[in-house]
Design a protein around this ligand. Structure first.
Ligand code: PHE
Length: 487
């Protein structure tokens, strides 16, 4: 089959920046640091690194190998490897599509905050509206959110339209190093604020979050493992067809093993850096402003759009500068993740055209995909995280259980991240371990040379991944529905 119409990476560095760009997203900023602080600090970090280096790297390797071996995106790859598991490939295209419904709205919010801080900088406004007021009015003003969501989607569309090497790769090669340096700049300010050491203790010292009253009780060890596993999984953009698609554009000579460890390592380093940038600043400012420690919002959208805006507001005349830089770096993180999601869905249609013997029309396909994403994201923007009283599916059935029914964003997040993704990864490992057998992917993984990785990969995909994926699935269901299995 002629694959020359699909595109490919120009360099391994470009591929790495793009894969790391997909992995580094909002989850690194508002998920990892907060979970680390609440779930045992340094001890959580060790569990996280262990899971990332075993389960994370194994799934990463499997996905990259599936893509490169078949030369196809998520659905095509599953279909060519095993007809029986075609449906898993379908999930791996559907999930990214659904996730974009809210990821693009969040990207729009980041853009709105960056513009706000930039205009404060330009007009010398300091100590502007409080984060809570700003975010509240933003959520209840869906029209503004829709406008920024549209701008965000158009921006991503233009990058993807440039193609794999001239669009995605080019943007990531500049965007990711820029993000890294901006993050360093913000870290320096954050850790030098008075009371910043309190934030460092929250993040790193095991048990400190409980002792100092940030949370009521420590989570059980099983819940720590499930939380760390879920975070590794979402943070590395696994079971979303992304690494399959990006792998299908990769040159046969490159080492998948080396690349997988680099991707997982960089993702963790950026998550830790993000923690140093946000947690000490959030806690230091909270304490200075007299907020009780258990009321400082350290995770999720409220960290990003309420707590941190208050941090910048209280920095005086330099605040808007740090605000602009910070929201710009978050915006880049959101863009580089979104373009990977758009690419997965588009690759499905591109592969279908090629299969039918037609020359794929990349621009046309991208236009269709982005319009569909726009339509679903309008719903999420209008829902405004549940602020505008829209009906949410299953709300009556599930009553007030957990966060599941709070708003449309949580509903879709529970469906995808909570359920379909861990399920997909579980079945992927079953397919590779017991149906097509690890040896069918090993030549791709080791570039034809048997080595210690061949054994490690086989053991991990057969025994470790399925068990951990089931645990993650239970953990996700537990936290999305707040059942309390792992308390
Ligand atoms: N890895 C991203 C993050 O940490 C989330 C994401 C998942 C983005 C899947 C794209 C696809 O935020």
């Amino acid at each position: 089959m002629d694959n020359s119409n699909r595109g490919s990476w120009k360099s391994n560095f470009g591929f790495l920046m793009s894969a790391i760009g997909s992995a580094v997203g909002l989850g690194n900023i508002w998920g990892f640091p907060y979970k680390m602080g609440r779930s045992g600090g340094f001890a959580f970090l060790l569990v996280y690194i262990l899971l990332s280096a075993t389960v994370g790297v194994t799934i990463l390797l499997a996905e990259l190998a599936m893509g490169r071996k078949t030369g196809k995106g998520a659905f095509g790859a599953y279909k060519s490897l095993s007809k029986k598991f075609k449906w898993v490939g379908f999930l791996a295209v559907l999930c990214p599509f659904l996730i974009m419904s809210f990821y693009t709205v969040l990207g729009g919010y980041c853009m709105e905050y960056m513009c706000l801080n930039l205009s404060n900088l330009a007009f010398g406004v300091t100590g502007a509206s409080s984060g809570a007021d700003l975010f509240g009015s933003m959520l209840t003003n869906p029209l503004g959110a829709v406008v920024f969501t549209i701008i965000f989607i158009v921006f991503c569309y233009l990058i993807n339209r440039g193609g794999v090497s001239n669009g995605i790769e080019k943007f990531n090669k500049v965007g990711m190093p820029a993000l890294f340096f901006m993050l360093l700049f913000v870290i320096i300010r954050s850790v030098t604020l008075p009371n910043a050491s309190e934030g460092l203790k929250y993040m790193f010292v095991p048990g400190y979050a409980v002792d100092a009253g940030y949370i009521e009780s420590a989570p059980s060890i099983i819940s720590v493992i499930a939380t760390a596993g879920g975070q590794v999984f979402f943070s590395l953009s696994l079971a979303m067809g992304i690494m399959i698609t990006y792998g299908s554009y990769l040159n046969k000579n490159e080492s998948l093993v080396k690349n997988s460890f680099i991707i997982a390592g960089c993702d963790t380093v950026v998550a830790l850096m993000a923690g140093l940038a946000v947690i000490p600043a959030a806690i230091a400012t909270g304490i200075t402003n007299g907020v009780p420690v258990d009321e400082i919002q350290l995770g999720g959208p409220s960290l990003l759009f309420i707590t941190l805006q208050d941090v910048f507001n209280s920095m005086g005349s330099i605040g808007p500068l740090f605000g602009t830089i910070f929201y710009l770096l978050v915006l880049i993180a959101a863009i580089t993740s979104t373009i990977s999601l758009i690419e997965v869905v588009s690759a499905y249609f591109i592969d279908r055209s090629i299969e039918k013997g037609k020359k794929p029309k990349r621009s046309k396909i991208l236009t269709g995909v982005c319009i569909a994403v726009l339509l679903e994201s309008i719903l999420i923007a209008f829902d405004g995280l549940g602020s505008n009283g829209l009906w949410v599916p299953l709300q009556e059935t599930f009553g007030v259980i957990g966060q599941f029914n709070d708003c449309w964003l949580d509903f879709i997040d529970a469906l995808t991240e909570g359920f379909a993704m861990p399920l997909g990864a579980f079945f992927m490992s079953i397919m590779i371990a017991w149906v097509i057998k690890p040896k069918s992917l090993l030549p791709e993984i080791t570039n034809g040379k048997e080595n210690v990785m061949s054994k490690l990969f086989t053991i991990c995909i057969k025994f470790v991944v399925p068990v951990v994926m089931l645990l993650i699935l239970l953990g996700q269901i537990d936290s999305f529905f707040e059942i309390g299995i792992f308390k």
